[in-house]
Design a binder for this molecule. Sequence first.
Ligand code: MG
Length: 444
Amino acid sequence: MLTFGTNGIRGKLDELTPEFAASISCAFGEFAHGRIIVGMDTRTSSEMLKNAVVSGLLSAGCDVVDVGVVPSPTIEFLVLRMRADGGIIVTASHNPPEWNALKFVDRNGVDISRERGAEIEKILRRGLRRAKWNEIRNVERYGSAMQDHAEAIEKNVDADKIRSKKLRIALDCGNGTTSLIAPMLMRRLGMEIVTLNCQPDGFFPGRNSEPTEANIKDLVEFVRSSEFDFGVAWDGDGDRVVFVDEKGRYVIGDKVFALCVGHKLGKDRGKVVTTVATSNVVKSVCEEFGCELVYTRVGAPYLAEKMLEIGAVIGGEEVGGVIWPEISLGKDGLMTAAKIAEMACDKPLSELVEGLPKYYNFKTKVECSHAQKEHVMKALAERFQGENVITIDGVRINFGEEWVIIRPSGTENYIRVFAEARTAGKAEKICREYEKIVREEVCG
Ligand code: MG
């Protein structure tokens, strides 16, 4: 049986069947109770799975609000806005088109992690309790989800300032769900837009749906070929976003996050949450404002749980996902794009990026069998102890401005080593040193 991963249940259609989707949704219905918001991405299998999800929820006695094809952050926003009891999103985010997944959201708008998902699996194993014929509730179709979300974003940025600047931007929605909201939102903010891959299409004909530098080379070329203030590209479900500056240079996720942190703390000081895999560029920005940076395990649900617990003002991860609690506790690539537009009114994006401290990284991996991984990681955690060591997810060792993290791959037979330093040579040196240590442990 499929089980919860870091964020939801992912699979190809031979495993993620409509029967399974209906059963696990019925179990979630018992876990969450009440009124559940359901939405989906543009994949060919999403409508089929969404209907199964709706059936499962109805069979558990839940009320369902069906919002159709929308970005994931729109649902996380709407769960809070509508004071619903939870949400289910049918989306495999940035994965290839043959994949799909179910992402579950609790009443606080927090994604359900692997650990909390185990409770839902337990309900499923124990046997489902179906509603009686006279306990079955209704499906409400709600068509204004994206308008509501766009309005909330507009209220939380300096919309007048952005409008007066008349920015010209290039959008690459990768045929995903942002195709439906991003052009509308950017126009509402008075920007002139030129679009690329902004037709929803479950085959992702325009590009691979993960917005890596290699995958968005068309956008990079496009921005270089004309006058734009910046280019922006989302993943399939719109929680992650990356940018291309006005000179046509790719802006990596942790720099985007660092810019957002600086912008936020400049107006509203407070705690910041990120994962142990995030660059020290974020730590530097927090130190500049005298604000605390709290680390979590890698994965959006852990970020959101921690942000809720400590009342953080912003959170984010290294791959270009930023959480804005004024909107929701889900990573919101649309709010992030609107915020970057707000920042680009003052300075070109390239100058904003150049203003950040520079760090270099180096990564490598050591082959290690799945069976051996746990033992090796335990040995490393015992070997490295002290105030500068974080062991909440792998082993991260901080040496002032430099650091290294050793983490087992979740799906492959490797242990990964990643180091960051102020020079490229130093990053490689640290990485090689720890690669050697990991190799020693693997060889026993
Ligand atoms: Mg995503």
